[in-house]
Design a protein around this ligand. Structure first.
Ligand code: SAM
Length: 273
């Protein structure tokens, strides 16, 4: 049994099918944060990289191209996402279905990379200590995670606007295992230090996130992300339609000629083994 059983069940459930089905939408939304993270990660030819919490493997493929003739391994707790990653693999990547918290790593990588894949640990100190075992001496960790959810305006404002229509459930709190599990910068630095990492650097970034061509398309995307995705999991079509109607004008405030592109708020985190 995984020490992260709840997250294991979540990422092996409906969310994974939905994630694969909406992969193109997610990738379009992640363009800005992806560029910020790739620059921060400083990938170099010949590196051996672990992409932790790699999901359907999009970043893993991008890393493979950047580090060729080096190598990259994607690891994820979700069977459907690892299957999707393997199915889409260019052949230059390897994928492992495992929990990063307790996988028996050996010191073979120069870099551990993660785009939004490290916020879900029940015991972050134990998990980050375990990840450290994957690095060669002097190896580096470079990852991106969300700032507190109230700072992710395009998730928080639509959620607030639709709150009275939704079940009386709180969204996953900040600093609990979930998308906002590493939202507190000072706490993240302490967790990493306690897990044995040093030279920790955490920088805030606010790249824009292209959510859709129109406010309605952006609203549909937001209903598949963050608090609304979690709260609408059991909702019927009528409730979803009401929420869509309610939040579409909220998304319209970020309309640009290129589409609906609000700013995201994330942390870029670097640490050494
Ligand atoms: C928000 S998704 C990000 C996926 C991918 N990195 C991307 O940017 O498209 C978070 C990923 O972390 C994975 N994950 C959560 N807990 C994990 C764990 N303990 N070990 C490995 N992967 C985990 C999930 O299965 C999911 O694929």
């Amino acid at each position: 049994m995984s020490s992260n059983q709840k997250q294991h069940d979540y990422w092996n459930g409906e969310i994974a099918t939905n994630w694969v089905a909406r992969l193109a939408h997610f990738e379009r939304g992640f363009t800005g944060i992806n560029e910020a993270l790739m620059a921060f990660a400083r990938l170099e030819s010949g590196m051996a990289v672990l992409d932790a919490g790699c999901g359907a493997g999009t970043t893993t493929e991008e890393i493979a191209t950047a580090v060729a003739p080096g190598r990259v391994v994607g690891l994820d707790i979700s069977k459907p996402l690892i299957e999707a990653a393997r199915a889409r693999s260019s052949g230059a990547t390897t994928f492992i279905e495992a929990d990063a918290s307790d996988y028996p790593f050996t010191p073979e990588f120069d870099l551990i990379f993660s785009r939004l894949g490290l916020m879900f640990f029940v015991d972050p100190v134990k998990s980050f200590a375990n990840l450290r075992r994957a690095l060669k001496p002097g190896g580096r960790l470079a990852f991106l995670c969300w700032c507190p959810q109230a700072e992710i305006c395009y998730l928080w404002e639509p959620y607030q606007a639709a709150r009275d229509l939704l079940p009386a459930l709180d969204p996953t709190p900040d600093n609990e295992p979930g998308p906002f599990g590493l939202a507190d910068r000072a706490r993240t630095a302490c967790l990493l230090q306690e897990a044995g990492w040093h030279d920790i650097r955490i920088a805030r970034a606010t790249p824009s996130s292209l959510l859709g061509a129109t406010p309605k398309e952006a609203a549909e995307q937001v209903m598949n992300m963050g608090p609304l995705a979690r709260l609408l999991r059991q909702a019927d079509a009528a409730l979803k339609a009401k929420v869509l109607e309610r939040i579409t004008p909220v998304l319209a405030q970020w309309a640009t000629p290129a589409g609906v592109a609000p700013p995201a708020a994330c942390w870029l985190v670097e640490a050494f083994a």
